[in-house]
Ligand binder design. Structure first.
Ligand SMILES: C[S@@+](CC[C@H](N)C(=O)[O-])C[C@H]1O[C@@H](n2cnc3c(N)ncnc32)[C@H](O)[C@@H]1O
Length: 207
């Protein structure tokens, strides 16, 4: 999937903006969101979710592997003078792990594009401070009709299996909530694709 090509028009789809708003609202309900927290958004795209949360968090690092997405994001940051948002080009599966550690990592609709789920969860774990929070918003299992473009990745996630992997790499899973439904017309019929928010916390290491 070529996100560089999609970047310019990304925000023109109202469902993507609504989805980011719904995820931000659910995050506020599920975990503490505080100005003292330093956060990483992974697979930020044009930054829709971080723009929703930026006034309630401290420094936010916005990471994405798409140059096109980051270009649009940089323009939005400059226009809004959003001085606590820091974009970086990063693919954690390829690039060295950043040295900074975070109180919160969140990701919206990105995990299903990453084949090795256990590895990315484990990298998130390494990037979090003890007691840090992880919020993953993504598709529930679907039948392959969600993506029309060529696509390598997961057809959504089984919540139980994702919870098991997340626990295995060192998190306590706090819960799942259905936060949004993406509606698409498939074969001339309206189809709803639910999106969950999983919240988890990095287990403190004692002894
Ligand atoms: C479906 S878009 C979601 C963008 C944004 N989170 C939103 O909800 O509007 C997925 C994003 O993940 C990024 N992405 C995909 N694989 C990635 C990887 N391995 N590392 C970093 N970003 C990645 C893409 O470039 C794209 O911006």
């Amino acid at each position: 999937m070529n996100f560089d090509e999609k970047a310019r028009d990304w925000d023109s789809n109202p469902a993507r903006r609504e989805r980011a708003r719904a995820v931000a609202e659910a995050m506020r309900r599920q975990i503490p969101v505080r100005p003292t927290m330093t956060a990483l958004e992974y697979g930020c795209g044009t930054g829709l979710l971080s723009f929703e949360l930026r006034n309630e968090l401290g420094k936010i690092v916005l990471a994405d592997s798409s140059t096109g997405m980051l270009e649009v994001l940089r323009e939005k940051i400059a226009a809004a003078q959003a001085n606590n948002l820091f974009p970086i080009k990063l693919d954690l599966l390829v690039d060295p792990l950043p040295v900074q550690r975070f109180d919160l990592i969140y990701s919206l609709m990105t995990l299903h594009h990453i084949c090795d789920t256990k590895r990315i969860l484990s990298l998130f774990h390494q990037l979090l401070l003890p007691g840090g929070y992880l919020c993953i918003a993504d598709l529930d299992e679907e039948d392959g009709s969600f993506h029309t473009d060529p696509f390598e990745g997961h057809l959504g996630f089984n919540r139980q299996e994702l919870a098991e992997l997340t626990t295995m790499v060192g998190f306590e899973v706090l819960g799942f909530e259905t936060v949004y439904q993406m509606v698409k017309i498939v074969d001339e019929q309206s189809r709803a694709y639910p999106i969950f928010l999983m919240t988890a916390r990095k287990r403190e290491i004692f002894g």
